[in-house]
Design a protein around this ligand. Structure first.
Ligand code: GDP
Ligand code: MN
Length: 382
């Protein structure tokens, strides 16, 4: 789960990282009241889950209430890379001397955490990373050792931060590491981390991605969800406890088990099609689960065909068939369903479906056959 800036900053603040005082606002009037409250000059900032807000006109300085009003009305409703701004964060403006970058993420290939610091932070950090990767100092951190204060100091020194910023930046890096590990984040990023004209080091932006698999030990995360603009299909799937990831193809996929779901995606690709989603219904393929899964896929306007691929092991295929038939009675499904059932009680299941003779269900015996049929119905290989 990605947090928007102000949520990320609140997360940082719990670990002692210095941020500016600010308030959220959902209307122009609220924005002006917030600005009056935090004190001018202020920065009016769009709260959307996408970077590059500054360049898109989503971050503006205001010297007084009239300017705050103007910027708030310009930014609310603004479309930034497909994200419409519905909430603002108004904070007291900072006098910036230098903009740095600091981030920590997981380096899966190295199986270690990776901290990165640069003296060249700000809105062009991506370009710096592309053209001058040496301008970003890197440190791999073994999770068993953690990040020592001395190593943090060395890293910010290697990055070439200004001498007066080093001690504070090292402290922030240690706090950031704590936020990342104890806070169960996959990514924490401060860009810019600034040195103020009066010599303080301070987080002016926050990007935090929380590890969804750790949500069970963070009941407090539920407060972050309300404003997120997650894929409506994923929201529905989450509500019903399905493992669903939206993709942009036209073949809707339902399979039992993550491995089978992945290989179904591969096979659809192999025969020239493209999957609309990954959906693992897990072990319990009963009517409820199947109805929910079909419903989630049904909300996707790109889906032209649904490929259901079930291998019965513990789950019995006749139960799955029953589930699908019941589900079809409960939800109106737009697309035809190509169905491959194999494994425990597959013969009984096929017989049941035959007896039912639904025009909507197209049975196939093999996975590759089912994939080919589905792709054909979806309009052929692309
Ligand atoms: P992003 O473009 O989405 O990454 O948004 P940021 O929060 O990083 O803001 C973009 C840029 O706006 C920063 O790099 C700063 O240059 C500028 N900015 C943000 N807050 C302030 C502030 O308090 N004072 C000043 N002078 N500039 C700011
Ligand atoms: Mn930024």
């Amino acid at each position: 789960m990605d947090l928007v800036e102000y949520q990320g900053k609140q997360y940082f603040a719990r670990y002692g990282i210095s941020i500016s005082a600010g308030r959220v606002a959902d209307t122009v009037d609220e924005a002006v009241a917030a600005a009056d409250d935090v004190g001018y000059p202020v920065v009016v900032k769009a709260q959307v889950q996408v970077g590059g807000r500054g360049k898109a006109g989503g971050v503006k300085l205001a010297a007084d209430a009239a300017e705050a009003r103007q910027h708030a009305s310009d930014i609310l409703g603004l479309d930034i890379k497909g994200h419409v701004v519905r909430r603002l964060w108004i904070e007291h403006a900072t006098d910036i001397a230098k903009e740095y970058y600091a981030g920590i993420t997981l380096d899966r290939a190295a199986k270690l955490h990776l901290a990165m610091v640069s003296a060249r932070g700000g809105i062009d950090i991506e370009q710096v990373a592309d053209t001058e990767p040496e301008a970003i100092a890197r440190l791999h951190i073994n999770p068993l050792d953690g990040l020592e204060r001395s190593a943090a100091l060395q890293l910010v020194t290697d990055a070439g931060l200004d001498p007066e910023a080093l001690e504070q930046a090292a402290d922030i890096l240690v706090q950031l590491y704590q936020c990342y590990t104890e806070g169960d984040a996959d990514l924490v990023e401060i860009n810019p981390l600034v040195l103020t004209t009066d010599g303080r080091v301070h987080a002016l932006d926050a990007k935090v991605t929380l590890d969804d698999d750790a949500a069970f030990r963070h009941p407090e995360w539920s407060e972050f969800e309300e404003i997120g603009d997650i894929d409506p299909r994923e929201a529905l799937a989450k509500e019903t406890g399905l493992q669903y990831i939206g993709l942009d193809g036209s073949v809707g996929i339902i399979a039992n088990g993550a491995g089978l779901a992945m290989s179904t995606l591969d096979v659809v690709n192999q025969v020239g099609g493209s999957a609309a989603n990954f959906l693992d219904i897990g072990g319990g393929a009963n009517a409820d689960v199947m109805a929910n899964a079909l419903e989630v896929i049904n909300t996707d306007p790109n889906v032209r065909v649904i490929l259901v691929n079930i291998f019965g092991g513990i789950v019995r295929c006749d139960e799955v068939a029953e589930g699908i038939l019941t589900a079809l009675g409960r939800v109106e499904i737009a697309a035809p369903i190509v169905l491959r059932l194999d494994g425990t009680n597959a013969v009984q299941a096929r017989r049941m479906l035959e007896e039912h003779r639904s025009d909507q269900i197209i049975p196939e015996l093999t996975m590759i056959g089912a994939a080919k049929r589905a792709v054909e119905i979806a309009g052929g290989p692309s």
